[in-house]
Structures are given as structure tokens and as C-alpha cells.
Design a protein. Structure first.
Lengths: 325, 623
């Protein structure tokens, strides 16, 4: 079986401008959603409590919502979790009202413990059938640290990958690969903002994994560009890039297809805990193909990659070996 | 040309054998077991106890399939395996009655446990199954934080009393010593006294730093020195607090009789406690948060001769039956309590014998001074109370007059001295902690998560395998073989490292496989390309592997950088993901390049006149 029967190189770069406009628009849209609808962070980041309860029959969400409201938690969220029988209840950290003295961390932590116990007792009073599956109580400081560590990890990845590519190829490639792939990251975040999906630690891991994965994609194409610069002495830069993309396109699609099969399997069988992780990866893989092929290579072209950049100059031997005056 | 030297095949075979050996324990079912641990601070479960356990079981006519000793953090425990649950139940009763003199006040706890049923020879080479994370087996997770300000406050208060007594000893007059949240300030009436005091304190107390006055001294500025704790000293203080709390916690957790608890320091002032299988969070929290108190009491002097268990207890005294040199009858009235102790540390006396140095605050020092003056040559005891029950930590003869600083000797070795100082501190100086994160996962949910993770990997693998074989034929089969080797090695390495398997970890295994196939796709596509360009099959294989190698390396390095970032900055589930991710990259380079080349060479390498290889259809553009 062979999926790709390409006779001539596909002139990807001729249409580079169109693709770049498309990605710029998606990017702007993603940023717009991120600004207008802030990301829906899980309690791991914000601090607060989350509680998963399960009933033997499908849960009555409205009833649970009123119960939570009646207990005095106006900001409590009640959402189904995977199955109809399972429900997740999330409560934010208690807020300080104006004029009140801000709570210390210790008081705050004591308060969320109490709050969680109160909610479960309340649910049990309404329907004794309820079973506690999972709880998570996260203090305010822990959340802040996680957010900080997440950003640090992102920074580390960006610097590390750029440094590696700059050494292995050239700075123009490093810049274009990182722009292309950060663009993927922003688009994933945009999706999460738009659909109000929960952004938890697993999603963060997925986002960073996607960053590495799609850089890897760009690297494959760049590798081919370098090889072509050596092989196709007479070809123009555009032709070299077009050929590089065309000759790797079948590998690109098959690899991503295989990875996507695995991710799809997680999406189908992994249950609600892996759902966000798998969704983030799916979006990342799809946009990863697009951005490596159309964005990274195109930016590299705009930045003016040349044959000379990658062919290391042969060092001229110093004629005056030894002491000179 | 596509031949591997013999040693490369040997390397592959060894890797496969090791992978299989270390992966296998994960598939053995668990067998019922009992865990014996100590419920008392002064009594330790040691290896020598195995004999006693075996004797008790023999008397009760219960056969075991193995008795082993294990270290559980600082606490030891003995684990006994049984072939069925009937024997397990029978043995539990037998052990509870046989090991404890009074079963209503147990010294040893016996709790149900499950142990992997791996053969003994596997256990000797440390081929053990992976630990399952809480999300896969259910249980409770706590993140505790040591209250830094309370630790500092306690230390400043002892500094304050120390300064007071030091100045008094040297007859340096001052105009009052005060303390705030971060420092101790001493006021003076004249500059000469100030200078003397500064010299003295600088010489005697090395963890103290003098803070410079904030503003230039005004005309009517009072004469004072302000002291703070040096940052280094504060760090050590906090670290000691955390270490000590960890040892106290492991003792408490041991009492709960939990299999494989995890108690670890995290960061400067945090402790992670993971209790698999615990669902009663309230009970667990109560046990963890319990405080112990310490008392120093005099031994009742009206008792003549050695105290026996049946010695009548005089009025105003009580008998302690647990601990060192028990039984002993002590007066009920304590000389000092743990609140007065400001430090207890292991060290040596002038004869280089192990000792514990104890410091009291000024109030405690005064009381101790009075007590020693009246009871020279008599004996006193340190008693640790927990849940209303006292344990004797040490009984010592008072050999001289002392007040706020003294030393107790008679320990076997330095380890015993360390333990005593730790227990003294446990009853006096425990750094207050609070729970800043708490998670519980039901056992049923955990079991479901295991299935979900397994299914994800299984079906994903199957889908990739079918596709690869259909698309690349024999070469696809080689790729799938390499992928299976990758999975085997990855699980083997994780088991060898005794990593904790979590759901994110399983997701990382799945993703690692999904990404590892990339290397084989790269190679196969390259070989096809070479064939398309008109190369001979043997040459195409050689070129395909060689050319793909640079690309595989580059792309894996970038993914590896991501893994490292997650490893360094991630915590909890992200870290679990990162470890598997990084290891997966390493095993995939080995299996996708080295192993798959080996298989290809074995299959095609010998054929000199190879006219075609099975790598799917090669379509050549018709010119």
C-alpha cells in the first residue's frame, strides 16, 4: 500500500503567504478567545476544592446545584464527569469580602477543609446514595507555585529547543521553529478557552509534549532542507524547501497518523481523567502538521535561509604555523 | 553488507532477557500477607524478630510461604506471606496474641497486606513489580507544610532566655530583653556594658547575627543590640524540623499498619504523605496530627530493689511498663515538661561516649536546678506520652548539679543517641505543621483507572500494529516488533527503578509508543525513497538506516529537552509523566534503530542476491 504518489514537488512556498495569513488569523482568534474568556484553570492552579461523587443512578445535576447553593456556596460548580452517575463539584478558595481582614494562609486552608466536609454532608443529607470517589484540596500557595513552575517549564523548553536548533542548524531555523510551535500552543490554549474545557496539570503536560513533538516535526523538514542544499546545487531556495516538504510529507502524515491513533485510543478508553490530556494532544498533533509544513518552513524562507548558512566554511589553514613576530 | 557482528545480537538478546525479567513481576498476582510493625516509639521491629514470628506461627500450626524484613523509611517491619486468606486470618489472631503480652494494649500491630507473588529468585535480583500510584489503587495523599514562623518563634524564645542567663552569669547589667517576630533586642544603660555584652554573645552564640540599627543613632537613641538568627542557622533549624517531623510521621503511619506508605520531604519546608488504601481520611488526619508530650520525672525512691511488675505502686506514683529499663515506678509530679526543652541533640561526652545534650529554658533550668540539688545520686526518667500512655525513653542517675544545660549518657552507640534525641524532640519540639493539599481517591476508581490506562495502551498499540503491517508489510512487522521491544524495555526499566506507576505515567507510556513509531516510519520511508531512486535493496536498507539516523537523533533531542523541563519544574502527576517520557525516548532510540536494524539484518542481510524486499508497494513516477 502506498498513500502518496507525488509526481512533482508541490509548490508549497508559492502559497506561503496565504497559509501565513490563515495561521495569523487563527492565532489572533485564539488570542482573542484567551483574552475575552479566560482559561478555565483547575483547582490545582487556583487553589480550592474539587470533589468527585458518584450515585448509583444518573445524577440530578439541578438538585445538586440547589443543594450547593443552599449551603451558601454561590460560586460552586457542578459538572458531570465522564458518566451520568458521576459528578464533580468544584469550589474556589473562600474570598475575602471588602472591609474584612484578609485571611492568612493557615486560616484559608482550614476553611477549605471545612467547606469540603460541609458540602459532602449536605449532599448526603439530600440523597444518602451518594458516594465520595475522589477529593482534592489545594491551598492557595500550592496553586501559585504550580502556575509559576508551569511557566518556568515553558520558558526552559523554548530556550532549550532554540539553543539546540541554533547550534545544530542556524538561528533562523531556531526562530522559525519556535514561532511555529508556540503558535500551536496558543491555538491549543485558544481551544481550551473557547470551549471552556478545564485546564489541569495533565493538559499542561500535554501542551509541553506537543511543543516538543511538533518541533521534532520541523526538525525533520529542516534536516531535509539541509540535505537538499547539498544535493540540489542549482535549485533555488524555494525549490529546495518545496522538495524537502514534498519528500517528507508521507512520513509526516503517517507518523502523525500513528501517534494520533494512540491518542485516539486514550480519548476513547482513557476515561475522563485523560480526556483533557488527549484532547490537547489531538489539537496539537493536527496543528503541528500544519504549522511545521506551512508556518515553520515559510518563516524560515522569509527570514532568508541560504545555502551558505548551513554549509560550514572550511577553515583556512594557518600558514604561519608556530611563532611569528 | 547488512550484517551485524555477533556481539550486537548478544547485546540485543541480553537487553530482551533483562527487559522480560524485570517486566514479568508486574504480571504475578498478589498473595495475602501480614505486616508486623511497632506501635511504640521505643520498640523497634528488627530482623532478629523473624525467628520469634516464625516460632509463634509454628506453634499455631500455620504455614507461611515466606517471612521477610523490610525497611519502611526509618521504621522496620516484618512481612509474612500466606498461600490463602484463611491462613492469613488465622495467623493474624495468632500473631496478635503471641507477640503482645497484653493484646488490649498492643506493642506490635499486625495488619493485612498484599505482597507480590514473585518467585524468590526474582526477588533476590530485585525484580519487583512497579508501585502503583494512589490514582491507581486508591488512598489518601497529604501535603504538609512546616510552620516556619512557629519554628523561628520557638528558637527566638530560647535565645532570649539564653541571653538573659548568659548576661546574668557574667554580671553584665542590661535594661531589659525584648523579642519580636524576627529578632531579640537587649537594651543597656551604658555603652561599656553594651560592648562587653556584644563581645560575649558574639563569642558564645554562633548562630546569632547582629542587626545594624536601621537609622543613624539619634542623640537620645537608647543603647541596644538587636540580634537575629543567621540565615544558614535558620535553614538548618527548619531542615531539622522537617526531618524530625518526617520521623515522627513515619512512626505514626507505621501504627496505622499501611503497606508501602510514602513520606518524603518536598522542597524546603514540605512533607508529602501518601497512604495507599486509606479511605478514612478523618482518622488518618487525626493520627498524623496527634502530638506527643514529654515529661521528666523522678524515680520513686521508696521502692527498694529492682522494680517488678507486681511491685505495689505507692500513692502519688505510677508504674510504666513500656520502654527502656521498664518496669519503673515514677512520681506523678514532673520536674519539667517538654515545653521547657529548647534543644536536644546527639553528641559525645568527654570520654567520647555517645550522649544527648539537652537545653532547657530559664524557667525549666531553675526547676531542674532545684530538683538536682535535692536528689543528687537518685534517678530520673524521660517519659514520652502519647494518647495518654507513657513510654520510658531513658532512666538516668543524677550525678551532678545542673540547671538549664545538661547531658545524658549510657547509650549503646551513636545511633541510639540519635534516636533518643529525636524522641525527646518529638515530645518537645515538634515543628507545627498544617495540611496544604489533600487528595483522596476511592479504591474502585483506582481499579477502573488501571483498566482505562491498560486499554488505552493496548488498543492504541493494536491499531498502530495493524496499520504498520498493512502499509509496510514485513518491514512494518519489524517496526511493530521494535515497538513491542520498546514497551518491554520501558516497563522493565520502570520496574527496575521501582518507579511509581500513575495514570499520567500510563498516558506517557502510550504517548511514548505513539511517538516512537516515528523513527521506524522515518527509516521505512527512507528505504522506499532509496528504492524509488533505483538503488539495490541491500543498498537501500543501508542508506535508509544511515540517513534516517541523523533525523531521528535531532528530533528525539528536542523531545528530550521537553521531558527534562517537565522533570525539573513539574511536580506530582507532571513529574510522573516526565520520567516515563524521558525514559521512553531513550528506550525508543535503542529499539527503533538498534534492534529493528538487527532484525532486518537477520532477515535480509544474508541474502547476497536480494532482488526485492517486502516494504509495501513502491510506486515510481512514470517519466
Amino acid at each position: 500500500m502506498e498513500l502518496f504518489r507525488i509526481k512533482r514537488d508541490i509548490p508549497f512556498m508559492r502559497n506561503a503567504l496565504i497559509f501565513n495569513v490563515i495561521s495569523a488569523l487563527t492565532f489572533v482568534a485564539a488570542v482573542f478567545f484567551l483574552i475575552t474568556k479566560p482559561l478555565h484553570f483547575s483547582v490545582e492552579f487556583t487553589g480550592g476544592t474539587s470533589m468527585e461523587v458518584s450515585y448509583s443512578k444518573p445524577a440530578d445535576l439541578e438538585k445538586i446545584r440547589t443543594t450547593i447553593k443552599n449551603l451558601g456556596f454561590q460560586e460552586g460548580q457542578v459538572v458531570p464527569f465522564g458518566k451520568a452517575e458521576d459528578v464533580v463539584i468544584r469550589l474556589p478558595l473562600p474570598k475575602t469580602k471588602q472591609g474584612e481582614v484578609a485571611l492568612t494562609e493557615k486560616e484559608l486552608n482550614a476553611k477549605i477543609t471545612l467547606q469540603n466536609e460541609k458540602v459532602f454532608a449536605g449532599l448526603k443529607a439530600v440523597d444518602a446514595d451518594v458516594k465520595l470517589q475522589r477529593t482534592a484540596l489545594v491551598g492557595s500557595q500550592v496553586g501559585e507555585e504550580l502556575a509559576h513552575d508551569g511557566l518556568m517549564a515553558l520558558l526552559f523548553v523554548v530556550i532549550g529547543v532554540m539553543a539546540y536548533l541554533a547550534i545544530r542548524f542556524e538561528w533562523k531555523y531556531a526562530v522559525s521553529a519556535i514561532i511555529a510551535n508556540l503558535h500551536d500552543v496558543v491555538i491549543i490554549l485558544g481551544f481550551f478557552a473557547f470551549f471552556e474545557w478545564e485546564f489541569d496539570l495533565a493538559v499542561l503536560a500535554a501542551v509541553l509534549a506537543v511543543l516538543g513533538y511538533s518541533v521534532n516535526e520541523s526538525v525533520v523538514i529542516f534536516d531535509r532542507i539541509r540535505e537538499n542544499f547539498l544535493k540540489m546545487r542549482k535549485a533555488s531556495v524555494t525549490e529546495v524547501i518545496d522538495n524537502a516538504i514534498t519528500s517528507t510529507i508521507s512520513r509526516t502524515v503517517i507518523t502523525h497518523g500513528s501517534t494520533q491513533m494512540m491518542v485516539l485510543s486514550m480519548l476513547l478508553f482513557g476515561g475522563p481523567t485523560l480526556h483533557g490530556f488527549a484532547i490537547a494532544l489531538t489539537i496539537g498533533i493536527l496543528f503541528g502538521i500544519y504549522s511545521s509544513v506551512f508556518v515553520a518552513a515559510a518563516i524560515a524562507m522569509w527570514l532568508g535561509v541560504k545555502r551558505e548558512d548551513l554549509l560550514k566554511p572550511v577553515k583556512e589553514k594557518d600558514e604561519t604555523d608556530g611563532a611569528v613576530v | 553488507m547488512n550484517r551485524y557482528p555477533l556481539w550486537k545480537y548478544i547485546v540485543i538478546l541480553i537487553a530482551l532477557a533483562l527487559g522480560a525479567l524485570y517486566t514479568a513481576p508486574n504480571f504475578y498476582p498478589d498473595s495475602p500477607a501480614l505486616q508486623i510493625s511497632s506501635a511504640k516509639a521505643t520498640i523497634k521491629v528488627e530482623k532478629a524478630m523473624i525467628e520469634q514470628v516464625e516460632r509463634v506461627l509454628k506453634e499455631a500450626n500455620t504455614s507461611t510461604t515466606g517471612v521477610s524484613f523490610d525497611h519502611n523509611g526509618v521504621q522496620g517491619s516484618i512481612r509474612v506471606r500466606f498461600s490463602n486468606t484463611d491462613l492469613q486470618f488465622k495467623a493474624k489472631t495468632a500473631l496478635e496474641n503471641g507477640l503482645n503480652a497484653d493484646p488490649s494494649k498492643p506493642i506490635y500491630t499486625v495488619s493485612f497486606n498484599q505482597l507480590p507473588n514473585t518467585p524468590a529468585w526474582m526477588q533476590t535480583v530485585r525484580a519487583l513489580p512497579m508501585y502503583l500510584g494512589l490514582d491507581l489503587r486508591g488512598g489518601a495523599h497529604f501535603l504538609l507544610k512546616v510552620d516556619t514562623s512557629a519554628v523561628l518563634n520557638k528558637h527566638l524564645s530560647s535565645l532570649q532566655s539564653n541571653v538573659r542567663s548568659t548576661l546574668k552569669d557574667k554580671e553584665i547589667r542590661h535594661a531589659g530583653i525584648s523579642r519580636d517576630a524576627e529578632s531579640v533586642t537587649v537594651k543597656f544603660r551604658d555603652a561599656e556594658m553594651l560592648k562587653k555584652a556584644k563581645e560575649l554573645i558574639g563569642r558564645q552564640m554562633n548562630d546569632v547575627a547582629f542587626a545594624e540599627p536601621a537609622a543613624a543613632p539619634a542623640v537620645d537613641q537608647e543603647l541596644s543590640i538587636k540580634m537575629t538568627i543567621k540565615p544558614d542557622a535558620l535553614k538548618t533549624l527548619l531542615n531539622d524540623g522537617v526531618k524530625q517531623n518526617i520521623s515522627v510521621l513515619s512512626k505514626r503511619v507505621n501504627e496505622l499498619g499501611i503497606a508501602e506508605p510514602i513520606i518524603q520531604q518536598q522542597g524546603a519546608d514540605r512533607i508529602v504523605v501518601q497512604l495507599p488504601g486509606v479511605l478514612d481520611v478523618a482518622e488518618a488526619k487525626k493520627t498524623i496530627g496527634r502530638t506527643a508530650t514529654l515529661q521528666v520525672r523522678l524515680v520513686d525512691q521508696s521502692i527498694v530493689g529492682k522494680t517488678q511488675l507486681d511491685t505495689p505502686v505507692p500513692f502519688g506514683s505510677e508504674m510504666f511498663t513500656v520502654g527502656q529499663s521498664a518496669p519503673e515506678i515514677l512520681y506523678k509530679e514532673p520536674i519539667v515538661t517538654g515545653d521547657s526543652i529548647t534543644s536536644a541533640s546527639a553528641g559525645f561526652d568527654e570520654n567520647q561516649n555517645p550522649a544527648v545534650n539537652i537545653e532547657l529554658n530559664s524557667d525549666g533550668g531553675r526547676k531542674m536546678g532545684e530538683a538536682t540539688r535535692a536528689n543528687l545520686g537518685k534517678r530520673m526518667a524521660f517519659v514520652l506520652f502519647e494518647r495518654g500512655e507513657g513510654e520510658l525513653l531513658q532512666v538516668a542517675t543524677i550525678q551532678g548539679l545542673f540547671s538549664n544545660k545538661f547531658r545524658t549518657t549510657g547509650m549503646r552507640d551513636t545511633q541510639a543517641a540519635n534516636e533518643l534525641s529525636l524522641l525527646l524532640r518529638a515530645g518537645a519540639l515538634a515543628a507545627p505543621m498544617e495540611i496544604i493539599e489533600e487528595r483522596t481517591i476511592g479504591a474502585q476508581l483506582g481499579a477502573e483507572n488501571i483498566n482505562k490506562g491498560m486499554h488505552s495502551v493496548m488498543y492504541g498499540f493494536a491499531a498502530i500494529a495493524v496499520f504498520m503491517i498493512v502499509y509496510y508489510m514485513i518491514f512494518g512487522f519489524f517496526s511493530v516488533f521494535a515497538l513491542a521491544v520498546n514497551l518491554l524495555l520501558l516497563v522493565g526499566v520502570l520496574s527496575l527503578m521501582q518507579a511509581t506507576l500513575t495514570l499520567p505515567g500510563m498516558a506517557a507510556i502510550a504517548l511514548a509508543l505513539g511517538m516512537a513509531i516515528d523513527a521506524n516510519v522515518l527509516i521505512n520511508e527512507r528505504i522506499r525513497e532509496e528504492l524509488r531512486a533505483g538503488n539495490t535493496p541491500q543498498h537501500a536498507i543501508l542508506q535508509g538506516f544511515d540517513r534516517a539516523w541523523a533525523t531521528i537523533l535531532d528530533s528525539n533531542v528536542t523531545t528530550f529537552i521537553v521531558g527534562l523541563a517537565l522533570l525539573v519544574f513539574g511536580s506530582g502527576p507532571v513529574k510522573a509523566f516526565a520520567i516515563v517520557h524521558c525514559l521512553g525516548i531513550l528506550t525508543s532510540i535503542f529499539s527503533a534503530v538498534f534492534v529493528s536494524r538487527g532484525v532486518v539484518n537477520l532477515w535480509y542481510g544474508r541474502k547476497k542476491k536480494l532482488s526485492a524486499i517486502s516494504i509495501g508497494q513502491i510506486w515510481k513516477p512514470a517519466d
